[in-house]
Design a protein around this ligand. Structure first.
Ligand SMILES: NC(=O)c1ccc[n+]([C@@H]2O[C@H](COP(=O)([O-])OP(=O)(O)OC[C@H]3O[C@@H](n4cnc5c(N)ncnc54)[C@H](OP(=O)(O)O)[C@@H]3O)[C@@H](O)[C@H]2O)c1
Length: 371
């Protein structure tokens, strides 16, 4: 009898997830991933950011989404397997551990747990991950409550693209100090990152702007609905040919075509910023009084809560939403989701619906978390 109970308990404390069961195994779906344990994150990663409260939460994940970097994430060479993949989470706090200041059991939260981190002790570079699972663990400082009026599917689609585009415009393109009349070019306006960037550029910083974007003609209605003023079909026109040199204050690249850096900085006027999230910086000398930046959002995602709170505030006033879910896949069908993302023609975001556990499995997950 005892052994049956033990076997049941063990079975119930496992979860459905998509990731790697061992260092050598290819990523895949399995029902045999372990439930995270309280304190794991503080044991595994060091240093943690200054805003770390010591609190970890266990989430019942409802939705996640696909970002291109989720397909082949950086993982520690050893010692961290089994490991579910995935970055974006929207779900419910089912247990907390440590001195939690902001979050409690029952809160519905969103966040991006695809954070670059260092392995405690060795300092090796790794990535936190864990969103493609029924239960995920996160630092309190990585999460905030989902915006009022937003459903879990939309909340699970937004964190990484919203954080990335907010940082691009606010930190790097210095939108907070730009005047009315700022002219912005968003390359790839129908991408997840581009969709958010158009909205933020139009309504996120309290200034009037003129936004030009590139996409296919089939997506014109969509990007215009986000607020874009001037639309360029990249199949029939080269933006670098049709836009005059020195005509933009900000160029934000969400596409990463070869040659973009040099072409983008030529479009900047004095005071202008070129920001890329795909790596294509200018190699030529920059025009006077212009700047360029490339950054990785995941480098600063162990401490995202204040930005998520600002994004939640903007979402409530309609200044940042994800109006288009390109397609929805379940955890078992992650390969299909990755294939769709790899076409680079998804519009908005690809959503991942996570199967909801039974009450018994949830209770077993809480037990496993406290072990
Ligand atoms: N540095 C970071 O921290 C960071 C964070 C997030 C994402 N990223 C990177 O940013 C890029 C965008 O990612 P994402 O998830 O937002 O979107 P995505 O899925 O890569 O973008 C798909 C969209 O891009 C459009 N597109 C494709 N080629 C285009 C072109 N030549 N010109 C204009 N639009 C084009 C497609 O529209 P059509 O169907 O019309 O072609 C489609 O709507 C990826 O390279 C991703 O890895 C970097």
């Amino acid at each position: 009898m005892l052994s049956v109970l033990a076997a049941n308990a063990l079975g119930a404390a496992q979860q459905q997830a998509y990731g790697k069961l061992s260092v050598l195994q290819a990523p895949g779906f399995s029902t045999n991933f372990p439930i995270p344990a309280a304190g794991d994150l503080h044991k595994l990663y060091s240093p943690l950011p200054a805003n770390d409260t010591g609190c970890e939460v266990l989430l019942k994940v409802a939705f996640s989404s696909v970002n291109p970097s989720d397909i082949h994430p950086t993982m520690a060479p050893s010692g961290h397997f089994p490991k579910p993949m995935g970055s974006d989470v929207a779900g419910t706090v089912v247990a907390t551990a440590g001195p939690c200041k902001r979050l409690k059991q029952g809160d519905q939260v969103w966040g991006d747990i695809g954070a670059n981190a260092q392995v405690a002790g060795s300092g090796a570079r790794t990535k936190e991950l864990g969103a493609y699972a029924q239960f995920a663990t996160a630092l309190e400082g990585q999460l905030s409550r989902i915006p009022a009026g937003m459903g879990l599917a939309e909340a699970g689609s937004l964190p990484k693209v919203a954080l990335t585009s907010y940082k691009a415009l606010s930190w790097y393109a210095r939108f907070g100090s730009r005047p009315n009349g700022t002219r912005v070019l968003v390359l790839g306006g129908s991408a997840g990152t581009g969709s958010v960037a158009i909205q933020l550029a139009k309504r996120g910083f309290g200034i009037s702007t003129n936004v030009t974007t590139t996409t296919s003609a089939a997506n014109f209605e969509y990007v215009a609905s986000l607020g874009a003023d001037t639309l360029i079909d990249y199949h029939t026109s080269d933006w670098w040919s049709v836009l005059p040199d020195g005509s933009m204050d900000v160029v934000y690249d969400c596409v990463g075509e070869s040659g973009t850096g040099d072409r983008a900085v030529a479009k900047l006027r004095a005071g202008g910023s070129y920001v890329t999230i795909t790596g294509e910086l200018a190699s030529a000398e920059l025009p006077p009084q212009t700047e360029q930046h490339m950054f990785i959002n995941s480098d600063t995602n162990l401490a995202s809560a204040p930005l998520l709170e600002e994004l939640a505030r903007l979402a409530v006033v309609g200044a940042v939403r994800m109006p288009r879910i390109d397609s929805t896949f379940s955890l078992e069908a992650m390969d299909g989701a990755f294939n769709r993302s790899s076409t680079h023609h998804a519009v908005g975001k690809i959503s991942i619906a996570v199967p909801q556990p039974s009450r018994e499995t949830e209770a077993a997950a809480r037990e496993a978390w406290r072990r």
